[in-house]
Design a protein around this ligand. Structure first.
Ligand code: ADP
Ligand code: MG
Length: 323
């Protein structure tokens, strides 16, 4: 069991940013409206995530660290209309198998919460904790028992950049959640959580940049598109500023990124990319999130129809600006 978890960890927990991603996704799935993330040494020494979500009852707290103990899928049918970010029940046992974890959780109105301490995936302490609704998880000394994995970790600066990137995208895909990210006392990100995508973008890319972005909107029988794109003169040298969100889930999809760029036609300078945040709503049956354990790559049915609609929408919006 513990070996299986360590092997699974190799797929789910590539680097500190993967841990941050899984913990935040759990907080979001628990209906949190405020998520605070505190880091030390780019997460290698310490990752602390505090949420105000539903919490877990004392009876169920330990089972959260058992393999495939997801509370989110109840039937085979559920697999085909996944709305939660997690569903494999792999993240917590995988992370626990390669770190030390302090876990405190309490449900609303519970007379007491639960405190767990785990090392290398083994539960070493289980005690009642003082009442407080939500969950606080501290992951320390990541990869302490898997030196091979530790060797693949890059410089702290690189790892921190990966964390910043993933938290940005999770914040963009959840404008109704207030995110607060701090690394060794330095605030990296703070979003209001008031539900407004444009304000969330301002919290991430800066007020000036957000002001220069244009809203796009389109709909056909299968897809609903809404988002913001920069004018061609406000561009970046990397693709990292292209964010695509399908049914509330941030995804990586090469074809969609290409469709955004294509929408600019020849107006973009070679090698430059716009900043774009695109929300897409579609029938969950058209989305296959079961492609990869990290659930970032998804397969989309009718992808061609969607990319054509997206390019066309951006193109027409820019033309309205006489570009
Ligand atoms: P998954 O998210 O795929 O279900 P995880 O291993 O990430 O699997 O989490 C296991 C279970 O622990 C979840 O299904 C959920 O019931 C519970 N859980 C984890 N984190 C939280 C949290 N922050 N708040 C409430 N419940 C949580
Ligand atoms: Mg999860």
């Amino acid at each position: 069991e513990r070996l299986t978890n360590q092997i699974a960890a190799g797929e789910v927990v590539e680097r500190p940013a993967s841990v941050v991603k899984e913990l935040i996704e759990n907080a979001i799935d628990a209906n949190s409206t405020q998520i605070n993330i505190l880091l030390e040494e780019a997460g290698l020494k310490k990752i602390q995530v505090i949420d105000n979500g539903t919490g877990i009852s004392p009876e169920d707290a330990e089972s959260a660290f058992k393999r495939h103990a997801t509370s989110k899928i109840h039937s085979r049918d559920d697999l085909f209309r996944i709305r939660t970010l997690g569903f494999r029940g792999e993240a917590l046992p995988s992370i626990a198998s390669v770190s030390e974890i302090t876990f405190e959780t309490a449900t609303e109105n519970a007379s007491q919460g639960t405190y767990l301490y785990l090392k290398g995936g083994k539960i070493e302490e289980n005690q009642p904790s003082v009442l407080r609704q939500g969950t606080k998880i501290i992951v320390e000394n990541l990869f302490y028992n898997t030196p091979a994995r530790l060797k693949y970790v890059k410089t702290l600066q690189t790892e921190l950049a990966h964390i910043g990137d993933i938290v940005n995208r999770l914040a963009l895909s959840h404008p109704n959640v207030a995110f607060y990210l701090v690394h060794e006392g330095n605030q990296m990100l703070s979003t209001s959580g008031n539900g407004d995508l444009k304000q969330t973008m301002a919290g991430i890319y800066g007020v000036q940049t957000a002001k220069k972005m244009r809203e796009i909107q389109a709909q056909d029988l299968d897809f609903k598109i809404h988002g913001y794109v920069t004018l061609p003169e406000v561009t970046r040298a990397t693709r990292n500023y292209l964010s695509t969100i399908v049914n509330g889930r941030y995804i990586k999809n090469f074809a969609l990124n290409k469709a955004i760029v294509n929408g600019y036609g020849s107006k973009l300078m070679v090698g430059r990319f716009p900043i774009a945040v695109i929300e897409i709503e579609m029938d969950p049956l058209l989305v296959d999130v079961n492609v990869h354990p990290t659930k970032q790559e998804v397969r989309l049915s009718k992808e061609q129809e969607l990319t054509t609609l997206l390019s066309k929408t951006i193109n027409e919006r820019l033309r309205e600006e006489n570009l």
